[in-house]
Design a protein around this ligand. Structure first.
Ligand SMILES: C[S@@+](CC[C@H](N)C(=O)[O-])C[C@H]1O[C@@H](n2cnc3c(N)ncnc32)[C@H](O)[C@@H]1O
Length: 252
């Protein structure tokens, strides 16, 4: 699928999800349960979720990148593809009033939703910016930690996204990403299916290729912290067994 088309279908779908015209479900966790239970199923702690606005939890992530980010008071954090802000609000509670968390998302409706939640709940240390992860609206070397949850698989240019992340981080800064990758090449009928792209499947790279792109952007000490296999049902009920939900940590 061509880059422009991918961005269009992804934006259209996440705009519907933001307005809750469309049900959402992360492909790597249990569907048919509440977003809060889904979040717990992929590694979020209830005691942390109880301290953020419930509307920010939409069941769109694939694991918990904030859990391994070891955030400290005063840090500046950037969330790539922040959605309704689940990880932004969790990070904001950790960095406190001396820190700051910036969420970037290319879907206007998501950014508006997250901004509204921040205002309603009085969060002063968060900011949501409309923008693409391949061209981050963030200054060079201005961020201590980058987090991202189930977003980079949706990007048609993952190398650019990792280069941008590297540019935005301060030297010594940390990247923690949860994402979907594959164990082998996915069938063409999946790769060319727009539904499978917005569902975080078709854009999944093979794990080695994904890690190579992170290293090529300049990152060092690239480690896979967790990895969980899952299956999906493809067209005609065919089971696709090649998917993994992984969490990766790397340093600039
Ligand atoms: C699966 S949702 C994850 C949202 C959030 N990280 C969470 O865990 O709830 C993907 C989000 O990434 C955004 N997104 C997808 N591709 C993007 C891109 N290239 N640049 C910026 N945002 C993007 C979508 O608009 C959507 O809000």
């Amino acid at each position: 699928m061509e880059e422009k088309k991918i961005k269009e279908v992804v934006k259209r779908r996440y705009a519907q999800i933001a307005k809750q015209d469309q049900q959402s479900c992360c492909p790597s966790c249990a569907c048919g349960i509440s977003p809060l239970s889904q979040a717990e199923a992929i590694g979020y702690l209830r005691e942390d979720l109880d301290h953020i606005p419930e509307e920010a939890v939409m069941g769109l992530g694939c694991s918990n990148p904030t859990a391994i980010a070891d955030l400290k008071a005063g840090e500046v954090v950037l969330d790539l593809g922040s959605g309704a802000g689940i990880d932004v609000f969790l990070a904001a509670n950790k960095v406190g009033s001396t820190g700051r968390v910036i969420g970037v998302d290319m879907t206007e409706e998501m950014v508006d939703k997250a901004k509204g939640i921040a205002t309603t709940h009085g969060y002063h240390n968060v900011e949501f910016r409309l923008g693409e992860i391949e061209k981050l609206p963030v200054e060079d070397k201005s961020v201590d930690v980058i987090i991202s949850n189930c977003v980079i698989n949706l990007s048609p240019d993952k190398s650019k996204a990792f280069h941008e992340a590297y540019r935005a981080l301060k030297p010594g800064g940390k990247l923690t990403v949860s994402d979907i990758v594959s164990k082998g090449a996915l069938p063409d009928e999946i790769k060319n299916d727009p539904e499978a792209w917005v569902g975080c499947i078709a854009g999944a790279l093979e794990q080695q290729e994904y890690l190579k792109k992170i290293k090529k952007a300049g990152f060092g000490d690239v480690q896979v912290i967790s990895s969980k296999e899952f299956y999906i049902e493809g067209k005609g009920g065919k089971v696709i067994k090649k998917l993994l939900s992984i969490t990766v940590k790397a340093y600039k």
